[in-house]
Design a protein around this ligand. Structure first.
Ligand code: NCD
Length: 315
């Protein structure tokens, strides 16, 4: 993967997903035993976030720092020359002169691909509007694989804003490599999953249903993947107000859910998971946060040519 951009889950074959999982696991073990390393010594990551972020930004920063690399960053259009009218392409052609890899989040779908087209260094998509969020999907996959011994024989309920939620889009594409998985796609009818994803599931003969019956899906599933309604994608604020509290996971529902199921969420949550669930051992959303660092350590080391897929990481 040396020099490769990471733009969409489409670019990965099933064997790549398995190898990235193994390498991330290796990164985690290595970190737990030896702590930080010098693997990315003398390399610089440019972090460009033109949309809000807590986890993804810190996760990449932490991954880079734990591998001995350096970070240069800008947050929001206001503090970059894009506020003066510079194009994204010119910004990228400039930033690549300072850095060995670019991590970018941007509000427009397709922006990461546009940046990658002009960049000579690898570009990693940290979320392109309502498009994709491939590294989140890889960390979600890492979490599911670690937690679910019966993988891939699992039922996954995806709940909330399936129309605009980019983590959902990338994760469906990823999990669609495993035909034994069943999907329950739970959303209000206004926020249904775009047709390209149901088409993909049909083509692959993967079992799924679409519904707005949250309670039923929560009780039946092995993985309950909650998402927030994406306020910033709504043209009409009253439409958001109407839909925002539509599904709430609380203790009553958890009582009826399977004993060995897990609850996931890419975070940030608004009101869709009651905080009373946080102490339930089935709640894995803060573990996802930690897992993300190991997966991004693996991805950075791969695109920067410091490890190859299938190779063991040694400190
Ligand atoms: C998500 C995102 O930005 O797409 N968060 C994340 O990266 N962990 C989910 C969201 O914003 O709802």
């Amino acid at each position: 993967m040396v020099g490769q951009d990471i733009i969409s889950i489409d670019q990965f074959e099933k064997k790549d997903l398995e190898s990235i999982f193994d390498l991330s696991f290796d990164m985690e073990e290595n970190f737990r035993v030896h702590g930080c390393s010098n693997l990315l010594n003398c390399t610089i990551m440019a972090s460009l976030f033109f949309e809000p972020s807590t986890r993804t930004k810190f996760s990449f920063d932490s991954a880079m720092t734990r591998l001995g690399g350096e970070i240069i960053s800008t947050v929001g259009v206001t503090y970059s020359s894009m506020a003066k009218g510079e194009t994204l392409e010119d910004t990228i052609k400039t930033v690549e002169r300072y850095a060995d890899v670019i991590v970018m989040r941007h509000p427009e779908k397709g922006s990461a691909a546009a940046a990658a087209k002009v960049a000579k260094v690898p570009v990693i998509n940290a979320g392109d509007g309502p498009g994709e969020h491939p590294t989140q999907a890889l960390l979600d996959f890492y979490t599911i694989r670690k937690e679910m011994r019966q993988f891939p024989k699992i039922k996954v309920a995806m709940v909330g804003d399936l129309k605009y939620g980019r983590t959902i889009h990338s994760l469906i594409k990823l999990l669609a490599h495993y035909e034994d998985i069943e999907f329950c796609l739970i959303s209000p009818k206004e926020l249904k999953i775009p047709e390209e994803y149901t088409k993909l599931l049909k083509e692959k003969d993967i079992k799924f249903y679409e519904s707005d019956d949250f309670g039923q899906a929560a009780c039946d599933c092995d993985v309950l993947y909650m998402t927030r309604i994406q306020k910033e994608r709504f043209g009409d604020p009253s439409e958001y107000e109407r839909l925002k509290g539509v599904f709430v996971l609380d203790k009553e529902i958890m009582k009826k859910a399977k004993k060995n199921m897990i609850v996931m969420h890419p975070l940030p949550r608004v009101s869709e998971i009651a905080t009373e669930i946080d102490s339930d051992p089935r709640a894995k959303y803060f573990d996802q946060v930690e897992n993300g660092v190991f997966v991004r350590m693996a991805l950075l080391a791969l695109v920067l040519g410091k490890v190859k897929l299938k190779e063991k990481v040694l400190t």
